[in-house]
Design a binder for this molecule. Structure first.
Ligand code: LRH
Length: 492
C-alpha cells in the first residue's frame, strides 16, 4: 500500500519515547506507545546517563509498538532511533561497552577546550569543523578522557543512537548528522577529518564508517526479536539520528525565508543552508554548521533553552513547591515586563543545580533586583530566552546574508504559548508554533522517505504542514522596549 507504519524511538535529555507513525503521501500521524524518564545518575567519577535503562525503555517501547492495537496488518516497516548529540559509548575489542557514557553536563570538560586549542588552534579547528565551541563537544570529552584506561582499551566509539542501533542489530556505523556534532568532522567534506584526528592523536580506527539518513542499518538480533515481538526481518533505518536534525527535517515551512527554533532542553535557533558559513565572524558569534538531511547545513547556535525552566521546576519540586506549569505561566504572563533579565548562555547556568539561586546571583552581580516571586522568575527566564532568540536569529541572518520572514518554533517548547508570543514580539516576526513532536515526526519521515512512501525534503515539510495542528503568533507590543532590554543584557 502507499501508506506504511514506522516505529520512532526519540531520546531527550529528560525523557525517552517510542512513537508509532503512519505515513503516506497524504497522511502523517503519530501515536505515543511508550514514554519513560531519562534520569542522569551521579557516580563518584561524574554524571552519567543510565544507558541500559534507556535501551530497556526502547525495547519496551518497540514491544508496545509491535502489539499496538492501532497498527495495520502490514506491521512495523522499519525502526529509527534519534537522541541528543555529542555523547558516546566506547566498545572494547569484543564489542563490550566500556563504562557508562558520561552526561555532557558533567564538569570534567571544564578548561579542556583551552588546553586542546593549544595543540590545535581554535581558529584552525573551527575552520575545519565549523562547530560551535561548546565545552562538552565530543572532541573535548575525548581529550578529558585521554590517558585513561577506558580510552586505551577502546576500539570503537559509538554515538548514543549508534550504540543503541548496535545493540538492536549488531551493526556498527556513525550516522552523519550526529557525527557532525563531534568536533572531529570536516564540515565541508562531510567526512571524518583526518587532519583533526592526526593533530589530536585520535586513532582513525576508533570511528566507524559513516551512514547517512535513510541508510539501512541492519535487522534485529534474535534477543531483540524475543524481547519485542517484532519480526527478525524488521530493518533499522539510520534516520537523522541527531534529534535536532530530525526536528528541522519536520519544520512545516512551505517556502523560503524561514528560520527555526527547535525548543526543548536547548533552543537551537538558526537557518537551513545549502552550504556552510565558516568565517571568523561566524566563529566569533559561536555559530555551528551541523549536517542535516539531504546534505543540508544547520547553521545555528545553541541557546541555553528551557533547561533553565525545567531545572528551576526541579529545584522547586525539591522544596516541596507546586510545579504545575499552567498556573506558573499565568503568573509569569501577569508579572512586570523586563523586571529582571539574564543572558541565558552565561556558563553559570550550564550545570545541574539551583538555577533560581543562580538567576538571583546573576541579577545581583549586574545591579538588578532579583525576581521577587516564582511568576517573576519564570517571566525572567522566558523574556531572557526570547531576547536570546532575537539576537541569535538576527546574527544568523547577517552572517548568512539571508532574510527571515517567518520563525518556526518546533519541539516541546512550542507548546509554551507565552514563550512563542514573547519570541514573536522580540523578533518582530510572525511565529508558527508546532509540531511539538517534530523530532519524532522527522524520524518517521526519513524512514518513510527511504521506503519511497513520501518524497524529498519539501514534500516532507508540506506533509507536516498539511497534517499537524499549528498555532500562529503575530508580533505585538513595543519593539523599542525589546531593543532597550536587549542592550541592558548585552544581547543586542
Ligand atoms: C538537543 C541537542 C543539541 C545538542 C545538545 C547536546 O537535544 O541534541 O542539538 O547540542 O542536545
Amino acid at each position: 500500500s502507499a501508506t506504511a507504519t514506522f516505529a520512532a524511538a526519540d531520546l531527550g535529555a529528560t525523557s525517552g519515547r517510542v512513537m508509532v507513525g503512519r505515513a503516506g503521501p497524504a497522511e502523517l500521524a503519530l501515536t505515543e506507545v511508550h514514554r519513560f524518564p531519562n534520569r542522569p545518575v551521579a557516580l563518584p567519577d561524574g554524571l552519567h546517563w543510565d544507558v541500559l535503562g534507556l535501551y530497556q525503555g526502547v525495547l519496551d517501547g518497540l514491544g508496545h509498538a509491535a502489539r499496538s492495537a492501532g497498527i495495520a496488518s502490514d506491521g512495523i516497516a522499519s525502526v529509527g532511533i534519534d537522541s541528543w548529540a555529542v555523547d558516546y559509548g566506547l566498545l572494547d575489542a569484543e564489542g563490550t561497552l566500556l563504562g557508562n557514557p558520561y552526561h555532557y553536563r558533567d564538569g570534567r570538560t571544564e578548561g579542556v577546550a583551552d588546553r586542546l586549542h593549544r595543540a590545535l588552534p581554535a581558529g584552525e579547528h573551527y575552520g575545519i569543523t565549523g562547530l560551535q565551541r561548546l565545552p562538552f563537544n565530543t572532541v573535548f570529552q575525548l581529550a578529558a578522557a585521554a590517558g585513561g584506561t577506558q580510552l586505551a582499551a577502546a576500539r570503537t566509539l559509538l554515538m548514543i543512537p549508534d550504540l543503541l542501533t548496535y545493540w538492536l542489530t549488531g551493526t556498527v556505523g556513525a550516522e552523519s548528522t550526529n557525527a557532525s556534532t563531534t568536533g572531529l568532522f570536516d564540515a565541508r567534506a562531510g567526512t571524518w577529518s583526518d587532519a583533526v584526528l592526526d593533530r589530536l592523536g585520535i586513532e582513525r580506527a576508533l570511528l566507524p564508517a559513516l551512514r547517512h539518513p535513510g541508510d539501512n542499518a541492519g535487522t534485529l538480533l534474535p534477543g531483540v526479536v524475543s524481547a519485542t515481538g517484532l519480526p527478525a526481518s524488521t530493518p533499522v533505518t539510520a534516520v537523522a539520528s541527531h534529534d535536532t536534525a530530525s526536528a528541522v527535517a519536520a519544520v512545516p515551512a512551505t517556502g523560503d525565508g524561514f528560520a527555526y527554533i527547535s525548543c526543548g532542553t536547548w533552543s537551537l535557533a538558526g537557518l537551513e543552508l545549502d552550504a556552510p558559513v565558516i568565517s571568523e565572524a561566524s566563529r566569533a558569534a559561536d555559530f555551528t554548521n551541523e549536517r542535516g538531511v539531504e546534505g543540508t547545513f544547520r547553521f545555528l547556535r545553541n541557546v541555553m533553552g528551557l533547561w533553565l525552566l525545567s531545572e528551576t521546576l526541579r529545584r522547586w519540586a525539591g522544596d516541596g513547591l507546586p510545579t504545575e506549569l499552567a498556573p506558573l505561566l499565568e503568573q509569569a504572563a501577569r508579572a512586570r515586563p523586563f523586571a529582571a533579565l539574564v543572558d541565558p548562555d552565561d556558563p553559570a547556568f550550564l550545570s545541574p543545580g539551583d538555577i533560581p539561586a543562580r538567576i538571583a546571583a546573576y541579577c545581583a552581580r549586574t545591579g538588578q533586583t532579583p525576581p521577587q516571586d516564582r511568576g517573576a522568575t519564570v517571566r525572567c527566564v522566558l523574556e531572557s530566552l526570547a531576547l536570546a532568540h532575537r539576537a541569535t536569529l538576527r546574527t544568523a541572518a547577517e552572517l548568512s546574508g539571508r532574510d527571515i520572514r517567518v520563525v518556526h518554533m518546533v519541539g516541546g517548547g512550542s507548546r509554551n504559548e507565552l514563550l512563542c508570543q514573547l519570541t514573536s514580539d522580540a523578533t518582530g516576526l510572525p511565529v508558527v508554533a508546532g509540531p511539538a513532536e517534530a523530532t519524532a515526526l522527522g524520524n518517521v519521515l526519513v524512514q518513510a522517505r527511504s521506503l519511497g512512501v513520501v518524497g524529498e525534503r519539501a514534500d516532507m515539510r508540506r506533509l507536516v504542514a498539511a497534517t499537524q495542528p499549528l498555532r500562529h503568533y503575530r508580533p505585538a507590543g513595543d519593539e523599542s522596549a525589546w531593543s532597550a532590554a536587549a542592550r541592558r543584557v548585552g544581547l543586542d
